[in-house]
Design a protein around this ligand. Structure first.
Ligand SMILES: O=C(O)CCC(=O)C(=O)O
Ligand SMILES: [Fe+2]
Length: 619
């Protein structure tokens, strides 16, 4: 991650509010040399609110909007009140004296700015302005937190408290603040004063307002506000106030603003929406020969598998290049780019935005590829790569220290060496490797968790319950493990019982990533106790870099530090083992991806995309 001082991702202020409101900042505010240019002088240009807005008739209209729910679109000649999707007021020419604003802008541009970058945003931000005593900033604070706040108290009836929560932001080319609702304890009204050059819709950097679906989740942008010089925008912070700053697309303009929140008593909020769980399935039956046609031969070699396992056990992650046979990789890519796949947008915007293929619309070659990735052989191969118990023939390495289990492991190893029997009784070469734990002493250290999959982890638990009846009949054994005699079966009971407790499962998705796509960390994860193995194979990744976004970032819950960043690589299988304390996101893919070079060396166009075969496996 590009900066070490990332705080709560919804708290964009650098120093946090100054008084009553709880600070969500994890590290103490940095002491900086404060610039005091002009601090000892006297303002020649008064910092005052445009007199139109302090007239009684105007305030009465505003009070009717906020306290009586009157629908007004325009008040007076200038002010606009947006009522749909939520009440948001725009006060143009907010500060009376232009010369004050120019002085303020100059002072602000002299501040030190911190690069802020995480799942939700990329922009530059000053330290909290409460600590600055320079002339214009001090005058602005008075204007906002004395004059305007008492105006707002009158208009809204909210008993605001005197809590400073103010910073200055700079959004340059490719900077963005993705969909969020601003909700944080005590924040009651959000405000922004724009100090931008002449701005047009095509420059990006719009303040987009979202409506909501039936679950109270953001649905689509229904209103976009173009930032304008000396426009003051404010809205109440509620569970409805989903908004974003769209990506700045102009390479030459800087979207400068001063923004913050007015604080008041915390309002009780509804419980966060929990998404339905995804279905996980055990391995699928596939023709064994397919597996050998698809997977690069070198990964079927036992020695290579051991090496992979060694690395994986140390790192909890590995990238395996040229994973599919070349022709197969190319066949899939051609179909991804050319066939009539139905791509469905995956939201909601406060959690993710990318396209996912409707599985039924996938052409045969991609269906085949997916079935290989979900085949029994793949589960076993992954067991051997990772030492995870993703296959019945992989011994449970949790129990490595347990003497009683050693016999069991040996027994399973024998079976594994015999190979999986295919339907004709032939051994499966690729899986005729030793079992995973023979080479590895222990499981990889789990470090790394998908917010997406938190729900699914619960799903695993639920479905395990449903599954246990079925498995008793030996479903798993039927999938290629030949049990020859009574003894085996008896020993097998032990193994089988363990297996019943956790039938390895997976979920697959074919994803398309283009400019504007992302996933966010989100806090509505259900608590799961499982570990998961993320497996992704990427297609057409030319032009994807740390600068364009599109990489997968893993971080420890509640910590700032990035544990791992996976940059999508052509035909590379990325394996990452994560626990519930680990979250991940795909960094917003910005406009520079469009202008990066494609595989033919030409700049990509607006249709450029890379693809991901994403699977998550659970023991
Ligand atoms: O700058 C804007 O238009 C909005 C900023 C915002 O939403 C925020 O800082 O939370
Ligand atoms: Fe916001």
């Amino acid at each position: 991650m590009s900066e070490a001082n990332i705080t709560d991702k919804r708290d964009l202020s650098d120093g946090g509010p100054s008084e009553e409101a709880p600070s969500r900042v994890s590290s103490p505010p940095r002491k900086k040399k404060q610039k005091t240019n002009g601090a000892v002088g006297v303002l020649s240009h008064p910092a005052e609110i445009n007199e139109k807005y302090v007239e009684k008739s105007f305030k009465d209209c505003m009070r009717a909007v906020f306290q009586d729910g009157v629908e007004a679109t325009h008040i007076g000649t200038e002010a606009a009140v947006i009522t749909n999707p939520f009440t948001c007021c725009v006060l143009p020419n907010f500060v009376k004296d232009e010369r004050f604003l120019k002085g303020l802008k100059e002072e602000l541009l002299e501040l030190d700015f911190n690069n802020k970058s995480n799942d939700l945003y990329k922009f530059q931000q000053s330290d909290a302005l409460q600590n600055f005593t320079s002339l214009y900033i001090t005058a602005l604070k008075k204007l906002l937190y004395e004059d305007f706040l008492s105006w707002l108290r009158e208009v809204t009836g909210i008993p605001f408290i005197n809590t400073f929560d103010l910073t200055c932001s700079k959004y340059n080319y490719t900077d963005v603040l993705l969909c969020h609702d601003d909700e944080l304890e005590g924040r009651r009204v959000a405000f922004i004063l724009y100090l931008v050059p002449t701005w047009a819709k095509k420059d990006g950097g719009l303040l987009d307002l979202f409506d909501m679906d039936e679950h109270g989740q953001p649905k689509s942008v229904v209103k976009s506000l173009v930032p304008n010089w000396n426009n003051f925008v404010f809205f109440e912070v509620t569970p409805k106030s989903f908004h974003q700053v769209s990506e700045v697309l102009n390479q030459d303009k800087c979207r400068l603003s001063v923004s913050g929140w007015f604080h008041g008593p915390t309002v009780p909020r509804p419980a966060p929406y929990i998404e339905p769980r995804c279905t996980l399935t055990p391995h699928v039956d596939t023709q064994e020969t397919l597996f050998y046609e698809w997977i690069n031969e070198s990964y079927l070699d036992f020695g290579n598998q051991s090496e992979v396992q060694d690395t994986f056990s140390d790192e909890s992650e590995i990238q395996l290049s040229r994973f599919f046979e070349k022709e197969k990789y190319e066949a899939v890519l051609t179909q991804l780019q050319n066939s009539d796949i139905r791509w469905k947008s995956r939201g909601p915007a406060n959690k993710r935005h990318y396209k996912s293929a409707e599985l039924t619309s996938l052409p045969p070659v991609i269906q085949e590829c997916l079935s290989v990735m979900q085949s029994e052989h793949m589960f076993l191969l992954l067991s051997n790569f990772t030492a995870l118990r993703l296959h019945a023939q992989a011994p449970c390495s949790d129990d490595d220290d347990d003497d009683d289990d050693e016999d069991e492991i040996e027994e399973v190893q024998e079976k594994t060496e015999e190979g999986l029997d295919d339907e004709d009784g032939e051994k499966v070469n690729g899986t005729r490797c030793k079992s995973a734990s023979e080479e590895s002493e222990s499981k990889p250290e789990a470090r790394i968790v998908d917010h997406d999959d938190g729900d699914e982890r619960e799903g695993v638990t639920k479905e395990r319950g449903e599954q246990s009846d079925k498995v008793q009949d030996g479903d798993v054994h039927e999938q290629g493990t030949s049990r020859k005699d009574e003894t085996d079966l008896q020993d097998g009971v032990v193994i089988k019982m363990k297996r019943e407790a956790s039938t390895p499962r997976c979920r697959a998705e074919v994803r398309k990533w283009t400019h504007g796509c992302y996933t966010l960390l989100h806090d509505t994860d259900t608590e799961g106790s499982e570990f998961a193995l993320d497996a992704s194979v990427f297609f057409n990744t030319h032009g994807v870099s740390q600068a364009t976004g599109g990489f997968v970032s893993y971080i420890a819950k509640g910590e700032d530090e990035e544990l791992l960043s996976v940059l999508p690589e052509e035909n590379s299988l990325s394996l990452v083992y994560r626990d519930k304390e680990t979250l991940k996101f795909v960094k917003h893919i910005n406009h520079s991806y469009r202008t990066s070079r494609g595989s033919n060396g030409n700049p990509q166009n607006s249709h450029c995309a890379f693809y991901e075969l994403y699977l998550v496996y659970y023991e």
